[in-house]
Design a protein around this ligand. Structure first.
Ligand code: PMP
Length: 366
């Protein structure tokens, strides 16, 4: 008997627009091969663990005080990383950080979306974009991609111009389909859009395309680039997302962020992890090579595979994707049913994990 369990959700004075909504819910199951949430499969190296431990121990001596509300040291480190990886000279004032890029996206919608405003996304894409829009009461304007999941930039530009959303999300590489948008296509979209363009680059380190960060200086009033340490950086458990934009955009987010949102522990751990960026990011090349191997093997087995620039691949065709998802699970391989008919998504793991996935795939085509 749980205290209060006689009360059901439908009896609560919940906002009308949240009634019947479904929460984000990637299954967290205790199975041997977990290839469903696009994490880096390589655990942090011992030197990184030691540095995080020491940094957190030092930070713990100041736990009676609130953290630096503006996370200046961390933002300075993030600016240094992003500058060196993109060649764009970014300053602390260009960076903002939060508990995962989901929180970054939520702050953007709190500041630039909200009741009476519209956010647009090119679907299928990251499922949290419409959920965060709903949570901030921003109207969601889903706009379809081509049947092959690529983005028709000219058609997309027309929609942006006519629909005039306050914010548009461009996910590149796109989750769950894997493709990136080239820079000239992105320029077309930004120039057509009267509102903000948020390029969600959660998987940028895996991509062969140039980052949108390189055009920030051209569109300071319109462009925001969102990043995360959850994927290539192998820091999903640490919860650290960030963005690069004009300083005025960062100022806008100060109006909605909760004070002290990034704990002393988070800031210290993220800075320690960033000091090991070179080691951590060395896995990116291995994962990209493994991705290409997985794609080739799946094609060899007769699957159709959507070209991917990320650390996951969308593949099919299945008469009944939910049933096939279950067959993988029955073989100890957890992948993702993202709700695209006939398709499933698999995260690229270690070679051994990918072998297990491919062995299960072989059983499935039999
Ligand atoms: N954007 C995209 C496209 C993602 O796939 C994810 C994670 N699945 C996120 C943002 C959010 O990740 P996090 O909050 O861990 O940074």
């Amino acid at each position: 008997q749980v205290v209060g369990d006689e009360v059901s959700l439908s009896e609560l004075p919940l906002r009308e627009d949240l009634r019947g909504a479904t929460p984000y819910g990637a299954p967290q199951l205790d199975v041997e091969f977990r290839l469903n949430t696009n994490e880096n499969p390589y655990p942090p190296p011992p030197a990184l663990v030691a540095d995080v431990t020491q940094a957190v121990a030092e930070a713990a001596t100041a736990l009676h005080r609130y953290p630096d509300r503006d996370a200046v040291a961390l933002r300075t480190d993030l600016a240094a990383y992003l500058s060196s990886s993109t060649g764009v000279p970014l300053r602390t004032e260009n960076l903002w950080a939060a508990n995962g890029s989901n929180e970054i996206l939520q702050q953007l919608l709190q500041a630039f979306g909200g009741p009476g405003r519209t956010a647009l996304g090119f679907e299928p894409s990251y499922s949290m974009h419409p959920i965060i829009a709903a949570g901030t009461r921003t109207e969601w304007a889903p706009t379809p991609r081509r049947a092959d999941f690529t983005l028709d930039t000219d058609a997309a530009a027309e929609v942006l111009a006519s629909r005039a959303p306050d914010i548009a999300f461009v996910t590149s590489p796109n989750n769950p389909t894997g493709g990136s948008i080239p820079l000239d296509g992105l320029r077309t979209l930004i120039e057509a859009a009267p509102g903000l363009i948020v390029v969600d680059e959660a998987y940028a380190e895996f991509s062969s395309q140039t980052s949108a960060v390189t055009v920030l200086a051209e569109y300071p009033a319109k462009l925001v680039v969102s990043r995360t340490m959850s994927k290539a950086f192998a820091f999903a458990g640490g919860r650290l997302g960030y963005l690069a934009a004009a300083p005025a955009i960062v100022d806008a987010l100060q109006l909605v962020r909760l004070p002290y949102h990034l704990s002393v522990v988070t800031q210290a751990a993220a800075r320690a992890a960033l000091r090991h960026a070179d080691e951590t990011l060395a896995s990116v090349h291995m994962l990209a090579a493994e991705r290409d191997r997985v794609v080739e093997s799946l094609r060899g087995l007769g699957f159709s595979v959507v070209p991917s620039d990320a650390n996951f691949v969308l593949f099919g065709q299945f008469a009944d994707a939910p049933t096939t998802w279950r067959s993988y699970l029955d073989q100890g391989v957890l992948i993702r049913d993202v709700g695209i008919p006939g398709h499933l998504r698999v995260t690229i793991g270690t070679p051994a994990e990918n072998d297990a996935f491919l062995a299960a795939s072989k059983e499935i085509v039999r």
